[in-house]
Design a protein around this ligand. Structure first.
Ligand code: BGC
Length: 728
């Protein structure tokens, strides 16, 4: 008999339900240590009423509680410890949206690996990451947590992160089980308002929102977290069609579903369950394995069984899945194996710092650089470094930063001092990052602005460090007007009015709609929340030690009224024609974003030749290779990302104007030329037919290469997908 069958045969109903319960030891516990032995959680663990824990950190505390489970509980089943290890544990890489801008799956994987090593060393088994929600609405604060607007990028990000967190063998002590979240279409919540209902077509769901999750499953992710939201009235936490039929049935998912925080109980608020008992039954029947914190499973499953809403077989099946994941993680053999000081992590601290520094530099996106004001010369008069983001450690690492050790964070002030040994850097706060609550705060801002102005007049160039405070980015941080907060816009206007060269360094978790500022500043470098080494990485870019190479993973709107604005829209029957009234357009703002998806400047100067197909016509089985020649015409080395898009010109269902098929980031020395070859196979030409089933439709495809999704600057070639010869 297998261990799991044996265990199931001996478990009481209460012990079975306990394996489906995940409790939070609360934020306060993170700081103060585990609850005392007499407190309920410890007793719950001892009696088998809790099988998994989240938010407890610290190896000693984790091991102390694990010891209760494996030594004092009747069945000695180890606990599973989970935490949101999103972009770092101690050492933070940039936030995921920022990291996506690097367009480097190798880096995405590396930063996940180092986060896994640090978390595993502390005793964590499971991370609630990667977040894979495609997001086309920067009003939604959680756009910061994921890979942006495009499903192809989402797929690559999913695979890289799962590989990075889990490594090759889930049972290795350095493997952190990954949770693909939030399944699915959370990013499409109505009007960007967090937790609001989702209303999208089945097609968009399948083409845009699901692919990243399917990629995570294919990569072997051990857990999935259903989203808080409902799609067209079907709350994800209780939907059998999605969780079981689609993901387990069609995709072959073998891991566990971990509910989002309280989400099982929220089925009542959604209006699909009358009480917690029904909520528990609906979720269990849908396929939800772990109830995170809602009390629906611990309080509701037994009465649900008594009411005949669920069967004991279903409970057994669910418990078996949870135990299987514990087994695959090697917890039965080595409940304390992770974080064993006798097994040093594969990487050193210095190596981890180097990786996050590289990631921060590769993630920054140079939006504008008028008159090539950047990079700043190493020698010269004083630099004014002004703004509320110059020296605030929390603002460097952003939301969901794990334990991000504040003492280890390099701020802009420190970074600039090191990067400009030949120039004086004069620093001023400029104003508070957030709105002043009272008159005293307003007076303080007025004084800070005046001081900053005075300081700027004494300097040759101003670097304005502006942005969005990290408390306004992430979960429950929707903003109808995502822009600069507090009196930062006023600070910027006053500094710009001085007429000095002015560079904006923008710290943010989403596109900030500040069109006037972005048009007036001489240069703008978006650094997101750049992480533990952010200050050094940003200063390296400003000083020119490194050339910017990041590209926008989301379209950057020009006006809030354009949202959602994204490159993958479908054609209109009346495409926009300038000056023609009855074509698709706004009367007051352009259709196009301020900066397209993929946009990002460099200190190098890249050119791209028209793509050349291996053959103008091909059969699906043969595929086609598209080659383009990239040249760095500039005087400096640099890296850039080349995108390959396709458009299926005529199809049974209208296809988007552009579909991203491939991207590749390459580094070229000054004057260097290189050919980039992209191989497209049959899968790249598959579309979902009117019945949403995949199929190939022969005909013309336009293949375009470019440095962004700006259609006017793409270079295009048409190829023909030939019909398969009829079988005789
Ligand atoms: C978030 C999840 C997160 C969970 C646990 C929830 O509020 O939506 O993304 O994993 O909390 O911290």
């Amino acid at each position: 008999m297998s261990r799991i069958t044996e265990l199931l045969a001996t478990m009481t109903l209460e012990e079975k339900i306990g394996q489906l319960v995940m409790v939070s030891l609360g934020a306060e516990t993170i700081v103060t240590g585990p609850r005392a032995a007499e407190e309920p959680t410890v007793e719950d663990v001892r009696s088998g009423r809790v099988g998994s824990v989240l938010n407890l950190v610290g190896r000693d505390r984790i091991h102390a509680l694990q010891r209760v489970a494996v030594e004092e509980s009747r069945l000695k089943i180890p606990l599973l410890f989970g935490l949101d290890v999103v972009h770092g544990y101690f050492t933070n890489a940039p936030v995921p949206l920022g990291e996506t801008a690097a367009f480097r799956p190798d880096l995405w994987e590396k930063t996940a690996r180092l986060a896994a090593e640090e978390a595993c060393d502390d005793g964590i088994h499971l991370t609630f990451a990667p977040m894979l929600d495609c997001a086309r609405d920067p009003r939604w604060g959680r756009i910061v947590e994921g890979p942006g607007e495009d499903p192809t990028v989402g797929r690559a990000f999913a695979a890289a992160k799962v590989r990075g967190f889990q490594g090759a063998d889930p049972a290795s002590p350095w493997s952190l089980a990954a949770t693909a979240k939030h399944f699915a279409a959370y990013g499409a919540c109505t009007a960007g308002r967090d937790y609001a209902s989702v209303e999208i077509s089945e097609r968009t769901l399948h083409e845009v929102y699901l692919p990243a999750f399917e990629a995570a499953v294919k990569a072997g992710c051990l857990a999935i977290m259903p989203a808080f939201v409902d799609i067209a009235g079907r709350p994800m936490s209780g939907d059998h069609g999605f969780l079981t039929d689609l993901v387990r049935g069609r995709w072959g998912f073998e891991g566990i579903y971990v509910s989002d925080y309280d989400a099982v109980g929220e089925l009542v608020a959604h209006g699909v369950a009358a009480d917690m008992v029904e909520a528990a039954a609906i979720a269990l029947k849908a396929g939800m394995d772990l109830d995170m914190e809602s009390r629906a499973y611990p309080d509701g499953l037994k009465p649900a069984l008594e009411r005949g809403l669920i069967s004991i077989d279903l409970i057994d099946e669910t418990v078996a899945r949870v135990l299987r994941v514990k087994e695959r993680l090697g917890l039965f053999e080595a409940p304390f194996g992770r974080g064993d000081p006798a097994r040093p992590a594969a990487s050193t601290r210095a190596e981890r710092r180097a990786v996050v520094r590289e990631a921060a530099a590769a993630s920054a996106v140079l939006l504008t650089n008028r008159g090539r004001v950047l990079p700043l010369a190493p020698e010269g008069g004083p630099i004014a470094l002004i703004g509320p983001f110059v020296d605030d450690t929390a603002q460097m690492i952003g939301p969901w930063s794990g334990l991000g050790d504040q003492d280890e964070i390099v701020t802009l002030t420190a970074g600039f001092a090191a990067a400009f040994p030949g120039r004086e850097v004069r620093v001023a706060e400029g104003c508070a990052a957030d709105h002043a609550e009272d008159d005293a705060g307003a007076a303080c801002d007025a004084m800070l602005i005046a001081e900053a102005e005075a300081l700027a007049t004494t300097c040759d160039v101003v670097v304005l460090a502006l942005g969005e405070p990290s408390e306004l980015s992430g979960e429950a941080a929707s903003r109808a007007r995502p822009g600069l907060t507090g009196r930062q816009a006023e600070l910027a206007a006053r500094i710009l009015a001085l007429g000095k060269p002015c560079v904006v360094v923008m710290t943010c978790g989403r596109p900030l709609i500040e069109t006037e500022l972005l048009k007036k500043a001489d240069a703008t470098l978006v650094v997101w929340y750049p992480g533990s080494e952010g200050g050094r990485a940003v200063a390296d870019l400003v000083a020119g030690a490194v050339s910017p190479s990041g590209s926008l993973p989301v379209s950057w709107p020009l006006d809030v009224g354009q949202i959602p604005v994204f490159f993958g829209e479908r054609p209109s029957g009346r495409p926009f024609v300038l000056g023609e009234h009855f074509t698709t357009q706004y009367l007051d703002v352009p259709n196009t974003p301020l900066f397209p998806f993929g946009h990002g400047l460099s200190y190098a100067d890249f050119g791209l030749e028209a793509p050349r197909p291996s053959s103008p016509a091909f059969r699906a089985g043969e595929g086609v290779v598209v080659t383009t020649r990239v040249t760095n015409r500039g005087a400096r080395a640099g890296a850039t990302t080349v995108f390959l898009f396709s458009r299926d010109v005529v199809a049974s269902t209208a296809r988007p104007l552009l579909e991203l098929k491939r991207f590749e980031t390459i580094e070229l020395a000054a004057g260097e030329t290189r050919d980039l070859a992209f191989t497209l196979t049959a899968a790249d030409f598959v579309l979902l037919g009117p019945d949403l089933e995949p199929r190939l439709e022969p005909g013309r495809f336009d293949l375009s290469v470019g440095f962004s999704a700006d259609r006017a600057s793409l270079k295009t070639v048409s190829v023909e997908l030939l019909a398969e010869p009829a079988v005789a």
